[in-house]
Write a protein that binds this ligand. Structure first.
Ligand SMILES: Cc1cc2nc3c(=O)[nH]c(=O)nc-3n(C[C@H](O)[C@H](O)[C@H](O)COP(=O)(O)O)c2cc1C
Length: 202
């Protein structure tokens, strides 16, 4: 993975280029290759970032799941523009993705929720994400009660839980090279849905 990025060799479509790098990160068993920093903006214009997991990527965009009452979800409700950053350190590769976010369809969220481990499903019901809680015990007690309540029954996807899909309009690939002469290739979406490709100075 020491090789650089060459305009003549990269994919014309940045999603395909992303998939190549992502597949290589998975194949190499890098730790949490799907972990990405998600940056949003608060109503008073302050950037704020946290890690989330990429659950799907294809021509339609980048999907992650979360609590729709969380801070990030409330911020995205007001300002749907967001940024993602992936960093695969062993490969000296960074990918920055920017674009507009919208909620996934309720059926899509429910279908993914159904595949989650039971304790994660209970956690989604038990945790009022981003709210202040008085003690850890409150959370544990709630999870315990919910586990008893559901017993052997299937756990429905909460209405306050689901996915967001970021549709990219800028994707930048960064590859570390010797002597700090790194490669940076920026793809920008044009009004006719084509992508321009530019090289940026490192
Ligand atoms: C590696 C990692 C992966 C995470 N994945 C998710 C995720 O997929 N969805 C999520 O809601 N929170 C995830 N979290 C927790 C978030 O970073 C964050 O604490 C939480 O979503 C609340 O953020 P908010 O208050 O800004 O909404 C993850 C944290 C880490 C460290």
């Amino acid at each position: 993975m020491r090789e650089g990025l060459h305009e003549t060799e990269i994919e014309r479509d940045p999603i395909r280029q992303f998939q190549l790098w992502f597949d290589e990160a998975i194949a190499a068993k890098l730790p949490m290759p799907d972990a990405m920093s998600l940056a949003t903006v608060t109503p008073d214009g302050r950037p704020t970032a946290r890690m989330v997991l990429l659950k799907q990527v294809d021509a339609d965009g980048f999907v992650f799941f979360t609590n729709y009452n969380s801070n990030k979800a409330k911020q995205l409700e007001i300002n749907p523009y967001a940024a993602l950053v992936f960093y695969w350190s062993q490969f000296e590769r960074q990918v920055r993705v920017e674009g507009k976010v919208s909620k996934t369809a309720a059926e899509e969220s429910a279908a993914y929720f159904a595949t989650r481990p039971r304790e994660s499903q209970i956690g989604a019901w038990a945790s009022p994400q981003s709210e202040v809680i008085s003690a850890r015990e409150v959370l544990e007690q709630r999870a315990h009660e919910l586990a008893e309540q559901y017993c052997d029954r299937d756990i429905d996807c909460p209405a306050h839980w689901g996915g967001f899909r970021l549709v990219p309009d800028r994707i930048e690939f960064w590859k570390g090279r010797a002597g700090r002469l790194h490669d940076r290739i920026l793809y920008e979406l044009q009004p006719d849905e084509s992508w321009t490709i530019k090289r940026l100075a490192p």
